[in-house]
Design a protein around this ligand. Sequence first.
Ligand code: C2E
Ligand code: MG
Ligand code: MG
Ligand code: MG
Length: 294
Amino acid sequence: RADVGLYRAKQAGRNRTVLEMSERPPLAIELREAMERGALDVQYQPIVSLPDGTTVGVEALLRWTSTTRPDITPREVIRVAEENDLIGSLDWFVLRRACLDAAILQDAVGGHALMLNVNVSGLEIAEKGYVARVDEVLRATGWPPTQLVLEVTESVLDADSPAAIASVRRLRERGIRIAIDDFGTGYSSLSRVEALPSDFLKLDRSFVSSIAPNSTAPPLLSVIAALSVALGLPVIAEGVETAEQAALLTELGFPLAQGYYYGRPQPVVALFAELAGSRPSVAADIGPGAQAPT
Ligand code: C2E
Ligand code: MG
Ligand code: MG
Ligand code: MG
């Protein structure tokens, strides 16, 4: 969080040292240029069914491969975009790109309907015209609404925005599903999760990484498993990195997972090759207990 403070200070012109040190254009300007040049990219991470490891979906994740900012993380890019009124164009770029790429990945998985998860900034979804624009992207790309999952974070709920809730309702009327991202990290989650019309909980990575080697399930995980059943909201567990974590989540009854153990985010072509190459025996290849694919 230190970087946020630094950036804000810099924007306000209060931190003269930082201002004097940076001779390159501000991040926001570089980002805007990258968007205009088409230098942004989208990668895809598999979402798998537990316990057999079959790929049932993908999450689209923004990538900016910048020569001037080689170390910038997607999270920083999103923050800069949100603070500089660029998040809208960025999210639309990702949604359109992802709906086009997903058709390719659908071919690779064959029979079952692939689910496409796309992140949406909470600021965006409450905007007037948001739903109409989603309709337009789906119509233009031909991707079916019933195979689209929009991921929103709990902060959307924290804001308790009637406009956001109204958008979510209308999206769901079209068969688009809503996932609550980073579930468990917002403090008001329990009461609000019941109020927000949604379809999936994406269990934050911190819960999965709290699974210690050779131990039993952390009590909180059992509670969340029960909660998900009670609310009728299936959990997608994020950040699964080991066979042991996968096995334990399966034992707890979590239906879906995502993480480096199953696959890192990668360009559409690479994921296509992997999925097409491993079909139809993907389940046998990457179940819990097997070696992590590399
Ligand atoms: P998120 O939506 O929670 O996405 C999951 C993040 O966890 C991704 O980070 C992914 O690369 C990372 N991850 C997945 N499996 C593992 C694992 O096993 N171990 C570890 N250590 N990490 C794992 P990434 O790509 O850096 O994205 C960070 C966040 O940036 C995303 O979190 C999302 O909130 C935001 N974001 C990314 N793309 C977009 C976008 O197009 N629009 C918006 N609004 N936000 C986006
Ligand atoms: Mg997400
Ligand atoms: Mg998440
Ligand atoms: Mg997360």
